[in-house]
Each structure stands twice: as structure tokens, then as C-alpha cells.
Design a binder for this molecule. Structure first.
Ligand SMILES: [Zn+2]
Length: 630
């Protein structure tokens, strides 16, 4: 329908297959990947909503008190601390305490790499030094904000929350401080912890270890695979494999979705670990697990926003989502982890559908999950009509999602660009500058996307460089999509859902302007077509439903006790139903904002104003609507 003829372009569907055929398996080194991501320090964000969000997060991170983050680590190690304990999930009685300190290290490392930020790096360095002192005092490599006794309980099958989940955050934070912020001591501390993990798991037979893996353990397998790749120590790969959850992987490897009833964020990180195993060993089974899982979640278990989970779980059969709307949908950690997994899947396939998904989940699942005023994060992204985004209260909550969102907003330059031997992929339209030093090229992307439907790419190079520049042509664009090179219109263009490819010798100052018109389209629930969301380009539009009853006290979550979820202190307001006249949403929704993305329904019993999901705060809204045909 909107597909057009195109010249010199690559058909989307053909690309992954052709490239897969070229996968090589060098001796034990894993497969060569069709598309390789860039390290964070190679991409600098330009002005726009993403850089603004990163700055808000920077202030949020700097507002945290390192001594409070260290308090329970010090006490656990028998060291003095007079700091005021943190609240919420970091409170001294909480069995997950210490997890945020791990996320915090990761966030500092990610942002110091993203921004070249010396202040954040110095803060991370200081935390590592203090954590090393705690580890020294404990004397056996163990490092945590709770005693080893919680691991005894885990081993003995007694009640305990998730000790390895928490340990994983601390270990991942240390690896990030080493890999991204160049901190050598972080690697020493991490290897000490890893030897402790090896000693702890060593006496456990397969059955006992399988029991341990039934309790949430974060991405222990991924972390250990990453560490083995970094240090080239094979024993770490074997240790990582002990954390591959075979009971969970087995049906996925056979292409069976047995996810109903499972806790979402317990399991997505395991799959990322499986993805890393495939990349390190080339074992196709782990790729099958990861790709099948990714497709099931993104096509059968994701809302219009790209998010997944209700009440933290997959409560239904594949494709059943209309009954899965509540104030507790789309736990933020799941979106964070699905984006991580998508980065791997794109690397294997160069499939534009993976990049389309990444964009949708990034704009609708991440970008609006941080309050622009104080950087507080969401736990759940509410998709129930008439409620609001329930943010945390400073110093009080420290949910799992406070941690993953601290990281997500520290790495917004991630996955914009990928490279292969032939050239570059431009996957996201985010103002930024890429240092492509392999080719002696800098690529400057200037855009006000999504306010502006398109982007401009300028090549900076001291000498001409031949490469294929591939610009994603999203599934959501229209027949007006076009490109101009140095001001001259180009004849052909790729169909939506593919890449526009220009393979040529690029010289300094070459400028490619790409126009990607957006249009309104509906996103029906797969199991109930009368329940629909409204999208404009990749953006989910939400209807503004007012602020009735939303006092400051109601807007923010009350401090949460261990293992409780934040409560909405006011009920939902009703959302109107709509009648669709004629062929599509253009017949009953009009754009009202001149520069801003603002729309309004027309001729309905109750009309509403629609704005992008990522831009609404402190207001009630609805995402899905009952829509009937006139
Ligand atoms: Zn979470």
C-alpha cells in the first residue's frame, strides 16, 4: 500500500538472510556479527529531548549521597558508618539492600563514558575504593550490603528474597566501572567476588544449583560471560554456564512459549546471558532461545508501547493483551532489559524490525519514565485508563526500576548507530555525533525528531571514504519519504520497514537530508480490535484526562515497604469511547499544535486532547480506547 519502488536500496527482508549466510565461526571465538554496536564513548548526544533527559538524570545521580549508599556495606563489613540509612528497598531491613549501589556504579560508568564526565567518574572511583575497603574487611572476596547468611538460606531452600539478583547488580556495576570508566581496582574487587561465587557454587550438584536458579538471580550468567570475554579466562565461562537456566531455556529452544505465569524481569536477563553465550561460543541453540524469546515478546506479548508484563508477570497466553491493562503494567526493568536484548538481536540479524522495536520501546517505554523536575523514576508504566504516572519520592523508594532507569538515562547514545565491514547503520533519529574512527569519519546527525519528521546527516572526513550509509526507513513512515544529497533530490527511496542505502565515496561536508513523514495510525489489541491505541509515527499518543484529585501527595508513591508495590491513592477517572467515521483516524483526529505534537479528537461525545506518551506528567491519561465504527 505505502510501498514504493526504490533504486539502489536493500530490501529489508532479504538483508538478514543474506548476511546470515556469511556468518563465520572461527575456532571457539564465536560468530562474526553482521552489525556491531559502537561503544558509548564514540557517540555524543546533541541538543534535544535525549540530552535534556540525560542531564536530568545526571542531577539525580549527583543528588545521591555516596556515604548513605555505602552505609549497609560498611556495617556488614564491621566498619563504622554514621550515615543516615536509605529508605525503601535500600532500608536496613530490606533483603535487596545494596542493589541500587550496584546500579549506581553502572550509571556513573555509563554516563562518564557517554559524556566524558570527570565528576561522575571521580564519584564512581571513590565508591569503588570504599567498596574495596569493605571487601578487604570481610576477608574472603564477599562483598554485599547484607551478610552471607542470606546465601545460606538460598542454598538451604529457606525463605529469602533474591541474593544473587542483588550481587549481580554490584558485580555488573564494578565491571562497568572497569570497562567503561577504566577503573583497575573495580576489576580486582570483581574478581574477588567472582572467586567467592565460584567457591559458593562449587559444592552444589546440578540438582542443587537448579534449585538455586529458581530464585531470581538477575543477569549472573551475562555478567560472568562478559567477564570471561574481557579477561579471557575460560573458567569464568564455565562458571557463567552454571547460571544458564536450562529449565527455562528448554521450551524456548524448541520454539514453545511457556511464559504464562512467569515473572517477566526475572527471566529476560537470563536470555541476555544466553545471547552472550551464543556470541562467545557460536552455539546455535542459545541464539534460537534468544531470538525466539525476542520475537514472542515483541510480537505477542508487547503493548503498543513496546513494553511487556502486567503485575510484573506474563499472566496470559500469547496474543492476549486486552485483559492485561492495569496500573502495574510494563515494569520499567523489562523495557530496559528488552532493549539490551534487542541490541544483540539486531547485531545478529541487522533486521530493521529490531530497530523499529527499539525506537518504539525507547520513546514510549523509557523517555517518559523519568520526572523532568527531579529525575525520579517510574516503577510501572501505567497503561490503565484514567490513572497517572506514579513516580517515586526522593530518597524513599529505590525500586529495581529506580536502578535500571538510572542506567537507561545514562546511555541514551546507545544503539543509534551500528557498523559492519561495508558501512554504517543509522537506526535512531537522535541528534548526535558519531566518532567512526575506524574509517576516519565523523557523522553529525542534526534533528529535532520527533517534532521534525526526518533528520540530516553530515559527513566530516579529512579524506574521502567509501562506505554504505544505511538509514532506517521506519515501518510507520509514508509514501512521502524522500532524501536529498547535497540539496539534490534522490530518485529512489526504500520502502517503509527497510533501509535506504547510499554506497558511495563520501567526502567532507556531504549532507544527506532524509524526510520521514509521520501519520496517525491505530494500534488495535490483538485479541480485541475494538480496543485501540493511537500512534503518530513511533509515538503513542495519550489522551489528557485532567488532574482531578492529583494533589502532590497523591501524585507520588508513598515510601514502599519491602516486597510491596506502590499504591495509587486515588481511583481512575473514566475515559470516553470514540466513534470512528470513515476510513481512518485522520477523519476524527486533527493536529492542533503548530510546532508541538498536539492533537484533538473531533465530533466525539467527549473530545480529548492527545499528546505523546513521553511528554505527559502529573496528569491522568488513557492509552487504549474503545473505538467503534460509525
Ligand atoms: Zn523494576
Amino acid at each position: 500500500m505505502r510501498r514504493r519502488d526504490f533504486l539502489a536500496t536493500t530490501a529489508a527482508a532479504a538483508l538478514p538472510l543474506r548476511r546470515l549466510a556469511r556468518l563465520r565461526l572461527p575456532d571457539g571465538a564465536g560468530p562474526a556479527l553482521p552489525a556491531r554496536p559502537f561503544d558509548l564513548d564514540r557517540v555524543r548526544l546533541g541538543p534535544g529531548p535525549f540530552r535534556d533527559a540525560m542531564q536530568v538524570n545526571r542531577r539525580f545521580l549527583l543528588a545521591q549521597d555516596p556515604d548513605r549508599l555505602l552505609h549497609m556495606f560498611r556495617l556488614t563489613a564491621g566498619l563504622p558508618s554514621t550515615a543516615e540509612p536509605l529508605g525503601g528497598w535500600e532500608a536496613p531491613v530490606n533483603e535487596l539492600r545494596g542493589h541500587y549501589t550496584g546500579h549506581y556504579l553502572s550509571a556513573l560508568a555509563l554516563m562518564s563514558a557517554s559524556e566524558g564526565d570527570a565528576e561522575l567518574k571521580a564519584r564512581g572511583d571513590r565508591l569503588v575504593t570504599e567498596l574495596a575497603a569493605c571487601q578487604r574487611a570481610l576477608g574472603n572476596g564477599y562483598l554485599s550490603a547484607f551478610p552471607e547468611e542470606l546465601f545460606d538460606r538460598l542454598r538451604d531452600g529457606k525463605p529469602v528474597w533474591a541474593p544473587f539478583y542483588t550481587l549481580h547488580k554490584i558485580m555488573a556495576g564494578l565491571l562497568d566501572m572497569h570497562a567503561l570508566a577504566g577503573n583497575a581496582q573495580a576489576l580486582e574487587v570483581l574478581l574477588g567476588m567472582t572467586r567467592w561465587v565460584a567457591r559458593w557454587t562449587q559444592p552444589l550438584g546440578a540438582e542443587a544449583m537448579a534449585r538455586v536458579l529458581e530464585r531470581e538471580y538477575g543477569g549472573m550468567n551475562e555478567l560472568l560471560y562478559n567477564l570471561s570475554a574481557r579477561t579471557k579466562q575460560d573458567w569464568l565461562r564455565d562458571l557463567a554456564h552454571r547460571f544458564d537456566h536450562e529449565r527455562f531455556f528448554a521450551p524456548l529452544a524448541m520454539g514453545r512459549d511457556e511464559l504464562k505465569g512467569l515473572h517477566a524481569n526475572t527471566n529476560i536477563p537470563k536470555v541476555i546471558g544466553g545471547a552472550r553465550r551464543y556470541e562467545l561460543t557460536g552455539e546455535p541453540r542459545y541464539r534460537r532461545v534468544a531470538e525466539y524469546f525476542w520475537r514472542q515478546i515483541t510480537t505477542q506479548r508487547a503493548y503498543c508501547t513496546g513494553g511487556t508484563s502486567n503485575g510484573e508477570g506474563w499472566e496470559e497466553e500469547p496474543g492476549v493483551l486486552s485483559t492485561q491493562l492495569s496500573g502495574y503494567t510494563q515494569e520499567d526493568c523489562t523495557t530496559y532489559n528488552m532493549l539490551k536484548l534487542t541490541r544483540h538481536v539486531f547485531g545478529w540479524t541487522a533486521d530493521p524490525a529490531a530497530a523499529d522495536y527499539y525506537e518504539r520501546a525507547l520513546f514510549n517505554g523509557i523517555l517518559g519514565s523519568q520526572h523532568p523536575r527531579d529525575g525520579e523514576k517510574l516503577y510501572y508504566v501505567n497503561l490503565a485508563a484514567g490513572l497517572w504516572k506514579l513516580f517515586g519520592t526522593p530518597g524513599q523508594d529505590y525500586w529495581c526500576c529506580t536502578g535500571t532507569m538510572s542506567e537507561a538515562f545514562a546511555k541514551l547514545g546507545d544503539s543509534i548507530y551500528f557498523q559492519d565491514d561495508a558501512g554504517l547503520y543509522v537506526n535512531l533519529f537522535i541528534a548526535s555525533e558519531l566518532d567512526w574512527r575506524e574509517r576516519g569519519v565523523r557523522l553529525v546527525q542534526e534533528t529535532r525528531f520527533p517534532e521534525e519528521p526526518g533528520t540530516t546527516l553530515t559527513v566530516r572526513a579529512s579524506r574521502p571514504a567509501r562506505f554504505a550509509l544505511r538509514v532506517r526507513v521506519p515501518y510507520w513512515t509514508t509514501s512521502g519519504a524522500a532524501a536529498r544529497l547535497n540539496g539534490r533530490p534522490l530518485d529512489g527511496f526504500a520502502a517503509p520497514g527497510g533501509y535506504f542505502v547510499l554506497d558511495r565515496s563520501w567526502k567532507d561536508g556531504d549532507r544527506l537530508e532524509v524526510t520521514l513523514p509521520m501519520h496517525l495510525h491505530m494500534h488495535p489489541m490483538p485479541d480485541d480490535p475494538t480496543m485501540q491505541a493511537i500512534l503518530y509515527g513511533p509515538l503513542v499518543l495519550v489522551g489528557r484526562l485532567g488532574t482531578e484529585g492529583l494533589t502532590p501527595d497523591v501524585l507520588r508513591a508513598a515510601p514502599t515497604q519491602p516486597r510491596t508495590v506502590p499504591e495509587y491513592k486515588s481511583g481512575p477517572v473514566a475515559a470516553p469511547a470514540f466513534v470512528s467515521r470513515g476510513s481512518g483516524p485522520d477523519d476524527w483526529i486533527v493536529r492542533t499544535g503548530r510546532g508541538a505534537l498536539e492533537f484533538r479528537t473531533t465530533g466525539q461525545a467527549q473530545d480529548v486532547t492527545l499528546v505523546p506518551f513521553h511528554s505527559i506528567f502529573d496528569e491522568r491519561y488513557a492509552v487504549y480506547w474503545r473505538v467503534s465504527e460509525a
